[in-house]
Design a protein around this ligand. Structure first.
Ligand code: HEC
Length: 382
């Protein structure tokens, strides 16, 4: 009995004591990290005020600055600190932050800073990856937003390399076409067969309206306006500057433009293609025009379509929604799912074309297209 009593007492006493001790320890530790952060901030901010500081020259200062940058989480202020103090060794962090931030000013600043510190090779290596992932594509879109000379040269190299992913090369085309002085070069690349087929649809209007007369002439011969379509869109540079009416755009989205038959916005629409609920945070207006006018130019990752041919000669084209040992399932353009037993499939082929139809912008007027893009670009992350 005595024994029992003391064990109970022991727990009765030790539990609150332990809790008190742990809480005190925790308070102390969070206190020290806060204090540390404040101390680090004072050091870093004083350094930022001095001209020509190179934090790498002093081990202790460098450690302090690195620790402080780490503690900043997502705060874009870290870019300014890295730049001013010439802090080395943070490229990987800056690139992954840029991808997290998506298409934004701070992301462009981050990738430009990485190029300045470690050279363009770092970016080139990532963009030329043989197996690009969703973050490679995001990085490509960010890099394409920079108009710096050396970035455009990098885009030219990427474009000339046929082994690089088609989508990443299309971003390069879009980026280069913004700059008039690259128009003659683009014409040359078309002649050399180095421009992805789908990207030509995008380049046509821009080059046929180029300021450079030679370019205009060559473009009319190399990329004639399609005779099937009744009218020609203005060049991208003009389109992106135009202001649309978002409410009109919404009507078109859910109406004649048929977008909602394949894309959800919030809880409305069908989910054949990717959800567009936050598309305004993902794509620039320019990229949206590309997606609508020339969907096959940059097929979103995970949305490539496949064609199945069965032994009975049944053919279905759609997105691959599941692939197991026994069967595969495709979802077609109408949102209908088809399941095939593996044994019945004669051929499964990845398609070059997007499941999204090519000529949707012809269902609406030019102003309607501008309105539609206005509507989409207002759909941002909350
Ligand atoms: C028949 C189905 C279908 C219709 C109709 C359709 N889309 Fe798509 N859309 C897709 C598919 C599938 C993808 C993904 C493959 C790709 O990127 O081409 C896509 C991709 C996109 C993307 C790129 C999304 C991203 O996350 O990168 C945008 C933007 C887009 N569509 C906008 C539209 C708009 C605007 C309309 C109406 C004018 C429309 N779509 C009509 C099927 C469709």
């Amino acid at each position: 009995m005595r024994h029992n009593f003391s064990a109970k007492r022991f727990f009765q006493l030790s539990l609150p004591l332990c809790l008190m001790f742990c809480t005190a320890q925790w308070a102390k530790s969070s206190d020290t990290t806060d204090k540390q952060k404040i101390k680090d901030r004072i050091v870093v901010e004083s350094l930022m005020r001095l001209p020509n500081v190179d934090a790498n020259e002093n081990g202790e200062l460098k450690q302090t600055a690195l620790r402080y940058v780490e503690s900043l989480g997502d705060d874009p202020k870290q870019i300014e600190i890295v730049r001013k103090l010439k802090l080395k060794g943070l490229s990987a962090r800056l690139l992954s932050k840029a991808v997290e931030w998506g298409m934004s000013t701070q992301s462009v600043q981050a990738v430009e800073l990485v190029a300045q510190q470690d050279g363009l090779e770092v970016l080139k290596k990532k963009l030329c990856d043989a197996n690009p992932t969703e973050s490679t594509f995001t990085l490509a879109r960010i890099v394409a937003l920079s108009n710096k000379r050396e970035f455009l040269q990098l885009q030219e190299e990427i474009l000339s390399d046929r082994d690089v992913n088609k989508f990443i090369r299309t971003e390069a085309v879009v980026s280069l076409s913004r700059n008039n002085s690259f128009h003659p070069k683009l014409v040359q690349l078309i002649r050399d067969g180095k421009i992805p087929e789908d990207a030509k649809t995008l380049l046509g209007p821009t080059l046929r309206n180029s300021e450079n007369e030679e370019v205009r002439k060559s473009a009319k011969e190399l990329l004639p306006a399609s005779s099937g379509s009744s009218r020609e869109l203005p060049p991208m540079q003009q389109l992106v500057k135009r202001q649309g009416n978002s409410a009109e755009g919404r009507k078109l989205y859910f109406g004649v433009a048929t977008c909602s038959q394949c894309h959800m916005v919030g809880t409305e629409g069908k989910n054949v293609g990717p959800s567009l609920t936050e598309i305004g945070s993902k794509l620039t207006k320019e990229a949206m025009y590309v997606s609508i006018v020339s969907p096959s130019a940059g097929i979103s990752h995970n949305y490539e379509s496949f064609a199945v041919r069965t032994s009975d000669d049944e053919v279905v084209v759609g997105l691959l929604v599941s692939d197991t040992e026994q069967s595969i399932t495709l979802r077609d353009a109408k949102g209908i799912e088809y399941k095939f037993a593996k044994g019945d499939i004669d051929e499964l082929k990845k398609q070059e074309k997007s499941l999204m139809p090519e000529n949707l912008h012809e269902l609406i007027t030019e102003q309607g297209l501008v309105d539609l893009v206005e509507y989409l670009s207002a759909l941002k992350k909350q």
